[in-house]
Design a binder for this molecule. Structure first.
Ligand SMILES: [Zn+2]
Length: 108
């Protein structure tokens, strides 16, 4: 293995941030029903990481996190999901924030 680089340049910092976001995304995905505390702290970390490093959260994930409450949104628990003309509206039941996601329909 090559020596560890300090990663001082922006590009590699960004790469690491993207990796972290990836990891947090999978945590959030896997935590929905079983462990909301884990999901929430992952959501907080994710928002912090994307903000600090200027990387974007995966589009899939944006509808699963309330940026106001910094928590994961779980339909049936703290979120309501509605589909209207191919737009998914996820409403945070804690603060009322609505996250709109365009749905892409495959095979059409
Ligand atoms: Zn909220």
């Amino acid at each position: 293995m090559a020596g560890r680089r300090k990663g001082r340049d922006a590009a590699s910092r960004r790469k690491r941030a993207e990796k972290a976001v990836d990891h947090l995304a999978s945590l959030i995905d896997g935590s929905n029903s079983s462990n909301q505390t884990l999901g929430d702290s992952a959501a907080r970390d994710l928002l912090r990481t994307t903000k600090r490093h200027g990387v974007r959260a995966p589009a899939e994930l944006r509808s699963k996190i309330c940026r106001t409450c910094q928590q994961t949104l779980v339909p049936g628990r703290n979120a309501r999901v509605r589909i209207e003309s191919r737009v998914r509206k996820t409403t945070c039941l804690d603060c009322g924030r609505v996250i709109r996601t365009k749905l892409t329909v495959e095979g059409e």
